[in-house]
Design a protein around this ligand. Structure first.
Ligand code: FRU
Length: 308
């Protein structure tokens, strides 16, 4: 009797195996996260990517795709379009400049893809969450530090980050605020160094030719501050000038080392937030509520701190 039902029994067992195999496959499905990075040439960007990759490796249900826009807005728009078309589960973006990337961030968000904006802002609130340190406050801290170093009097050269990126504007505005109440401190020269060390060096070469008395350089990041220092060193004026940068990256090429070497007077920590970004992405994908604005901590790193 049993042998008549055996084939059906077998089919039933097979079918149930199959079903549990497909449920497992479903459970094992990886979330695909697209990260549109504005460039990978700068060490700070590289550090951010590395932190993300390390953090993502802790989550077996995550696959991280990183694109590199090479400082090109049009390229970054195309990278974003590509992620949208692929229907990734979540997008993270660190936009090269704010205005050119705003529409595509809105497009992704309106398509139902959660979007985390990292470090540089866009000109809309159509995204899930922003993660970054407060650049205005960093600027204020730098302004106060400069006023103290200069004893309330002196000539400053300001080297801007890329003007179309929000940290540059915020670091500038904060700095002006930090200098308030010091009418004898003047910004005698300011130029856009596009966040690049070489440009920082060129700008400082011009400044050194034009001005006999420069007391302090405020650069919106450490690479440009170090570039400016090297320009001053070439004409033996490095000792008479103070240099302030921002980022405080560790490692031999980073700002902390430059403070320890005596090239920079101070730097202000600007964490990349790569690990927090991945943790926030994971929470979002798990359906947990995340804050719209996640502020990363900053601190001032002077000579004594750099030694530690
Ligand atoms: C790297 C960088 C950092 C700076 C940040 C601002 O691309 O230039 O040095 O702090 O971007 O967005």
């Amino acid at each position: 009797m049993l042998h008549r039902f055996l084939p059906f029994l077998l089919l039933l067992i097979l079918a149930s195996c199959n079903q549990s195999a497909s449920t497992k496959a479903e459970q094992k499905r990886k979330f695909v996260i697209g990260f549109s990075q504005c460039n990978t040439a700068e060490p700070w960007r590289d550090a951010m990517n590395k932190l993300m990759v390390a953090e993502a490796a802790k989550h077996t249900d995550m696959e991280l795709l990183i694109s590199d826009a090479q400082q090109d807005n049009a390229r970054q728009v195309a990278d974003m379009e590509n992620f949208i078309q692929k229907e990734v589960d979540l997008i993270m973006i660190s936009p090269n400049e704010a205005q050119p990337l705003t529409a595509v961030v809105e497009k992704a968000f309106k398509a139902g893809i959660p979007v985390l904006v990292i470090d540089r802002k866009v000109l809309t609130d159509q995204y899930t969450s922003f993660i970054g340190a407060n650049n205005f406050n960093i600027g204020v801290a730098a302004g106060k530090y400069a006023a103290k170093l200069l004893n309330g009097k002196g000539n400053i050269v300001e080297i801007w980050g890329l003007k179309g990126s929000t940290p540059a504007q915020e670091r500038h505005d904060g700095f002006a605020k930090g200098l308030e109440g010091n009418p004898e401190i003047k910004i005698i020269y300011d130029q856009d160094g596009a966040w690049l060390r070489e440009k920082g060096k060129e700008i400082m070469e011009n400044a050194l030719q034009r001005f006999e008395k420069i007391d302090l350089v405020y650069a919106h990041n450490d690479p440009m501050a170090i570039g400016a220092y090297l320009a001053a060193e070439n004409v033996k004026r490095n000792k008479e000038i103070h240099f302030l940068g921002i980022d405080g990256l560790s490692g031999p090429e980073g700002g902390i080392q430059a403070v320890a070497n005596g090239q920079l007077d101070a730097t202000f920590l600007y964490p990349t937030g790569g690990d927090i970004a991945i943790q926030t992405a994971h929470k979002t994908l798990m359906g947990e509520k995340v804050e719209k604005y996640i502020e990363l901590e900053t601190s001032t790193i002077g000579k004594d701190d750099s030694a530690q």
